[in-house]
Design a protein around this ligand. Structure first.
Ligand code: 4AD
Ligand code: MG
Length: 432
């Protein structure tokens, strides 16, 4: 046996005898030569078994190996430009670990539902590897962005006593003698407490929405990252959001180009994600819709197709600010220049991907916030702690939430968020 290495490190081991532990991706034979394409999670390598170089036993072992059988293969590494990955192994030893039963996912085409039912196996394919590696890079870039700017990571609870983003999308569960608990829709309210304690924080975790929406953008469980900064205004919030998006996209372009190639992603739009991003008001957005002949009524929220029409006018993400307060959350501060508007911002991704960021300046006045809670029929008792943030040294503050899966979907150029998370949760899917 040679020393155990990973396929991604092959270039450093040319001429050496090494061992790769992995699974059979495909195999074929031609005369006295057998070819195995082995994957180990870090890449693919072709292993060449020549009858004259190995024992009869090793040569025959090839026959029992089915797709996804696990094995250990030992041999010398050689540079081979024609091979997948660019390196090949001349095999001297081969050990079967487990022979796989007939594998359900074959190289031929399968329907998406068939594959989603076998998601635990589908994760082994090259395309899924590319997507989840881009996701990992996005998460890494998110943490790097905030960590390098002095933000504290503040972990918010999942069980919460009340709604944050509207009562219609709450998952509830029994909670001992305390009645109902709700799965968090957003860590923001806790992020605000964190901002008052630490100045600038980010909450990063799973969030839950009992969305009835069966669209390519909706999951019932998704990951959100939510920065919150004391003393920031809406303008500061938009400055932070555009710098943040620029960093994320630049990191993926720098570190995950091979994966974007596998996904056949046209990176033209991604290369444009540079500051400044265009900023338009909701009023201007409505004007764009009207000019396009769309009968949009002022005061409504923008729908998916409205967002697409607006974003089509720009070559990079666009920020839409100052929405009608009636369609936005209770905690958003009103525009001092127009009480009908909230100091809110949504960032719409290009190419029809729609909203990836939602944020706002928060209501910092105690009396106003209390009135809003009542207007939204929210139970004051569950929000007393939140009101305390306005009782004790209240300051202007702002933040936003970026949905990880929508961001992955956009950056990878996918047509549905279900492939952006290892195990998607949607109205009609709870397994595997
Ligand atoms: O716009 P939303 O609802 O904003 C909030 O929750 C705020 N509390 C954030 C904040 O200010 N701290 O959600 C933020 C983002 C959306 O822009 C979208 O990217 C994503 O979360 N999102 C979803 N992603 C997948 N499936 C769903 N059902 C989603 N709902 C929201
Ligand atoms: Mg939103």
């Amino acid at each position: 046996m040679g020393s155990r290495i990973y396929i991604e490190e092959l270039s450093k081991h040319v001429g050496e005898t090494v061992t790769i532990s992995g699974w059979v991706y495909t195999k074929r034979s031609s005369g006295k030569i057998r070819f195995l394409v082995v994957r180990d999670g870090t890449g693919m390598m072709q292993a060449v078994i020549v009858k004259a170089n190995v024992s009869e036993e090793v040569f025959n072992r090839f026959d029992e190996l089915t797709q996804e059988s696990s094995l250990r293969v030992t041999g010398t590494i050689r540079k081979e430009d024609r091979a997948p990955g660019g390196y090949e192994m001349d095999v001297s030893g081969l050990e079967t670990i487990s022979v796989a039963k007939e594998y359900p996912i074959t190289p031929k085409e399968h329907g998406v539902e068939f594959l989603m039912d076998r998601r635990h196996l589908w994760l082994r394919s090259a395309r899924q590897h590319a997507i989840l590696r881009v996701r990992h890079e996005i998460v890494r870039a998110i943490r790097e962005f905030f960590d390098s700017r002095g933000f504290l990571l503040l972990d918010a609870p999942i069980f919460t006593p009340a709604a944050c983003e509207g009562t219609s999308t709450l998952f509830e569960t029994d909670y001992f003698d305390l009645g109902k608990a709700f799965l968090t829709q957003s860590g923001q309210l806790y992020g605000e407490a964190g901002a008052m304690a630490f100045g600038k924080v980010y909450v990063f975790g799973p969030t839950f929405r009992a969305e009835k929406s069966k669209t390519r953008r909706h999951l019932t469980e998704f990951w959100m990252v939510e920065p919150e900064v004391a003393f920031n205004t809406l303008d500061d919030d938009m400055d932070l959001a555009e710098e943040f998006l620029e960093h994320i996209v630049a990191s993926v372009l720098k570190n995950r180009m091979p994966e974007l190639k596998i996904l056949e992603r046209n990176t033209k739009f991604l290369e444009n994600v540079k500051r400044p991003l265009p900023r338009i008001s909701y009023d201007e957005a409505v004007e764009i819709l009207h000019k396009k002949g769309i009968a949009f009524e002022w005061g409504n929220d923008l729908g998916g197709t409205d967002e697409t029409v607006i974003s089509e006018r720009y070559d990079r993400p666009v920020m839409v600010h100052r929405y009608p307060s009636q369609v936005k959350a209770f905690y958003m501060k009103r525009d001092p220049k127009n009480d009908k508007l909230a100091l809110a911002v949504d960032v719409l991704a290009p190419e029809g991907y729609g909203e990836i960021i939602g944020g706002s300046q928060r209501e910092d006045d105690y009396e106003t916030l209390l009135a809003r809670l009542h207007e939204h029929n929210l139970p004051q008792s569950a929000f007393e702690w939140y009101l305390d943030l306005r009782r004790y040294g209240s300051v202007p503050h702002a933040g936003f939430g970026l949905g990880v899966e929508r961001t992955v979907s956009w950056i990878c150029g996918l047509d549905h968020v279900r492939e952006t998370i290892p195990f998607a949760r949607m109205i009609y899917r709870l397994t595997p």
